[in-house]
Design a protein around this ligand. Structure first.
Ligand SMILES: NC(=O)c1ccc[n+]([C@@H]2O[C@H](COP(=O)([O-])OP(=O)(O)OC[C@H]3O[C@@H](n4cnc5c(N)ncnc54)[C@H](O)[C@@H]3O)[C@@H](O)[C@H]2O)c1
Length: 264
């Protein structure tokens, strides 16, 4: 029996990258998934490949009605909402703080943080009524440390952690858990666009990302899916309000990190 057998899930940003990796692993472990994404082509392609265990719903995570529709599709087609993964994201506005326009700040926050607020707010009442459910929010190593991403991205990812820890306290008595995954730089179209200048050049991106990691290998979406399976299944039943950093200790090992041990 699969580790996610019988679990019905919504994965935002499920058409590509880390979200796609989670969808693939969840289905392989016996779950059924709604792929909620704005990328219709990739989302429909993935759903077609996975057959009856996946449905694509076009969903812009900045829209409350779109997220409601994605959750409704899960409950109506599959019968419950057991795991909600608020994962969709972009790198957002970049540049010095003084040059950051308010509208770019608001757009970035809306995709990275308001989306997680909406996905959590809309999933929770259904899970509370079921007496069971797991919400997993994707933050970043930029959510626990400054200097690893653009200003607004960093602010939003810290916000994802704060919101998740707070809701975890409300949710636990009702059988619902809320946890956070913080990927380190992981192979995806998002990082390929940054490090290789082309979101589809995954090969060049993997080489560049890997050179930054101790051991010389960067994580792939399936590595993040390992954490999502554990948190989303009964195996993670004592994990609530947890923040799981998946970066091989890269940030801890970096020169920027404060070191509490003698050099050498
Ligand atoms: N890849 C990394 O190194 C890394 C590191 C830390 C955190 N993250 C986070 O992981 C999450 C997934 O990123 P990824 O690397 O897989 O990126 P990706 O670009 O490969 O995938 C992101 C997905 O989100 C979708 N999306 C974007 N805006 C959306 C919107 N408004 N509504 C619905 N869907 C939308 C895209 O269409 C895409 O399918 C993001 O929240 C990102 O910030 C990624």
């Amino acid at each position: 029996m699969g580790r996610m057998q019988g679990k019905n899930c919504v994965v935002t940003g499920g058409a590509r990258g880390i979200g796609e990796g989670i969808v693939r692993r969840y289905v392989a472990e016996g779950a059924r998934c709604v792929i909620a994404d704005i990328d219709v082509e990739m989302g429909e392609k993935l759903a077609a490949e996975l057959g009856d265990d996946a449905i694509f719903v076009r969903c812009d995570v900045t829209s409350e009605s779109d997220i409601t529709a994605a959750i409704d599709a899960c409950v109506t087609n599959f019968g419950s909402l057991d795991v909600m993964i608020n994962n969709a994201g972009i790198s957002g506005v970049t540049g010095p703080i003084a040059d950051t326009a308010l509208e770019d700040y608001e757009r970035t926050m809306s995709i990275l943080l308001t989306s997680v607020f909406l996905g959590t707010k809309l999933a929770y009442p259904i899970m509370k009524a079921q007496g069971d459910g797991v919400i997993i929010n994707t933050s970043s190593t930029a959510g626990v440390q400054g200097g690893l991403g653009p200003h607004v991205y960093t602010a939003a990812k810290h916000g994802v952690i704060g919101l998740s820890k707070s809701v975890a306290v409300e949710a636990a008595p009702n059988g619902v858990r809320v946890n956070v995954i913080c990927p380190g730089a992981t192979l995806s179209s998002l990082t390929a666009a940054i490090v290789a200048g082309d979101k589809d050049n995954l090969e060049a991106a993997y080489e560049r990302l890997s050179s930054k990691y101790p051991g010389g290998k960067a994580p792939k979406p399936d590595d993040m899916a390992n954490a999502a399976v554990w948190l989303g299944s009964e195996e993670g039943r004592f994990m609530n309000g947890a923040v799981i950093v998946m970066d091989l200790g890269k940030e801890v090992l970096s020169d920027r990190a404060v070191k509490f041990y003698p050099a050498g």
